[in-house]
Structures are given as C-alpha cells and as structure tokens.
Design a protein. Structure first.
Ligand code: ZN
Ligand code: ZN
Length: 312
C-alpha cells in the first residue's frame, strides 16, 4: 500500500517534505508551493509596486516556475518575459526555444535581448579574452546589466527574477567568506529603484528550496532547457550548495533559519550602513544605466572585448 498524502488523505503521497514532516500528493504539493510564493509576495509587497511586470526568463527551471506561478496567482498583471540570448551555440538555442515555448503557452509577451545585436559580442567572444577565466562571474555581471537595460527600455514597473533559497544562501555564504557585505545587501527580497533604473526588483522564490522548484517544474511538465552550459557551471557555487544540502539533511530547518535571521536581523543592520550613503550615482553615457563614473564597469568590459577583436 502506498503512503497517502498527509493533507488530503486520498491521493498517493508522491513526495516527502522533511521540514514539515508530511507526504504530499502532486495537487497538495502544488498548493503548498504556490501558497508559499503568494505569502512571500504579499509579505514583502512585491507586486504592489505596479502592474507591468517583467520576468527574466532564461529557459531554466527557476524562472520557468516563477512565470508559471505568477501568471496563475496574479492573472490580472501585465507580464513580459525577457530572454537574454547569450550566443552560446546550441545551448542558447535550446534555452531560447524552451523559454519561448513557455511564454507562448502562458500567453505572455516574449522579448529577446540578443547579445550579438545589443552588445556586439557574445559570451563565447568574452570567453576568449582575459575575462574568460572567470566566465561564470563575468556572465553574471552582464546578465544583471542586460536585464536592467531591457527593463529600462521596456519601461516596466517591476522586474521579477527566479533566485531560489539555495541560490540566495550560497551567495550569502560566499560573500561572508570574502567579507563582501555589499553583495549580501543585494540579496534582499525586494530592491527599490536605483536611478536611472525606474523599476523594483523582486525575488518571489527567495525562500523556496531549489529541489522543490525542480519538482514543481517536473510535476507540471513546464518546458525547460535540456542542455547544460558548455562553459560549465560555477564549480565553487555547486560545492557550497552541496554543503548546504548536507547541512539541511541533519537540520531540516537550517536554510529557513538562515534566511529568516538574514531578513529579520542582518538586513536592518546593513540598511543603516548602505541606505544612508549611496554615494553619487551617475548615468553611464553608453548604456544609460547607473554608474559610478562616466562609463559603467560592464560597458567598459564590453568595450575591451570589442577592442581586442577576438572576431578578427
Ligand atoms: Zn493531497
Ligand atoms: Zn554602461
């Protein structure tokens, strides 16, 4: 006899959630998953900042789950999916096809930001330069920059991204180790507009464990990319997530505890330091984004890659 769902008692329990000590059927799991996202959105007033919502849709599981849940829970908002096309051969094509398929199936407008056209260089071009050694972190900078540029151009009120609980804690731990408190500060669930960017950044999956995102996507047959990036995933980040996984096997609540003390205790402290002094924020004369000098650091990187002329 299969174990029955702890909530409805009628369907088979498909999955055991250790930190609530319950077996859930697919339907009850969906409710559980979506309920937590809704609670997070309401608690941090993520969607009360406007009606035009962009979702960074990469083709990966997190953003795919996010767009699906948002559209289901808040059907009255106006959504646009922003897909960044990195130009990484079949990998990018696969991601693009899956992202577009999902947007179309949800009847959400699909906006493609092609690095080839918008930057004049692709990630493989950058990989061939001195930034190639740390391509995952450079790719991350450019991703943030590109999402900002696209959101600015589209004039959205809110940019929602799919960062999950494990992503957040992993960056938190590594930033702690390197003493990079400013990066930790950026991990907040909601980031207010930083002029000239006129939109809020929100992370509705910020307290959803990565494993549950994967389950949600597979239970609901949501299309996601099937290839891995040929430049490899960041090995250190995978290792740190592995440590978190082992830790939470011993203490099922630990990830939630870390997140809770982060938002309740640590953020208010950092608020005092960072909120008062933004420094002088200028506007990059190339991309129009926020910058500390005449040209922002990402535009300078892109200029460099063009100058060394890897394309010959
Ligand atoms: Zn059930
Ligand atoms: Zn710039």
């Amino acid at each position: 006899m299969p174990i029955k769902c702890s909530r409805c008692g009628s369907a088979d329990g498909e999955i055991y959630i250790d930190y609530i000590r319950q077996y859930l059927c697919i339907e009850c799991f969906n409710k559980f998953f979506e309920g937590r996202v809704k609670k997070t959105i309401d608690k941090y007033r993520m969607l009360s900042r406007g009606d035009y919502v962009a979702v960074g849709l990469s083709g990966g599981k997190d953003s795919a789950a996010l767009l699906t849940v948002l559209k289901k829970l808040y059907p009255d908002k106006k959504y646009i999916a922003i897909h960044l096309h990195h130009g990484i051969y079949e990998y990018s094509e696969d991601s693009y096809v899956k992202a577009r398929e999902l947007a179309e199936s949800l009847d959400v407008e699909f906006h493609v930001f092609r690095y080839e056209d918008e930057l004049g260089v692709t990630i493989p071009d950058i990989k061939a330069t001195r930034y190639g050694r740390k391509i995952c972190s450079t790719c991350g900078f450019i991703r943030r920059w590109a999402l900002a540029k696209a959101s600015r151009m589209l004039g959205v009120d809110i940019l929602a991204t799919g960062h999950n609980l494990d992503d957040t804690l992993e960056v938190m731990l590594s930033s702690f180790i390197s003493g990079d408190y400013e990066s930790i500060y950026r991990l907040r669930p909601v980031l207010p507009p930083l002029p000239p960017n006129n939109y809020w950044k929100v992370k509705p999956l910020i307290n959803t464990p990565e494993y549950e995102v994967l389950l949600y996507v597979s239970f609901n047959r949501i299309p996601i990319k099937s290839l891995n990036c040929p430049f490899g995933d960041d090995a250190r980040s995978i290792r740190r997530k592995e440590i978190l996984r082992i830790w939470s096997e011993r203490e099922p609540m630990v990830k939630f505890q870390l997140f809770s003390s982060f938002t309740k205790k640590f953020i208010p402290l950092l608020d005092k330091v960072y909120n008062e002094d933004h420094g002088e924020v200028r506007i990059c004369r190339l991309c129009g984004g926020p910058s500390l000098s005449d040209i922002c650091s990402t535009c300078r990187k892109i200029q460099y890659v063009k100058k060394v002329g890897v394309r010959g």
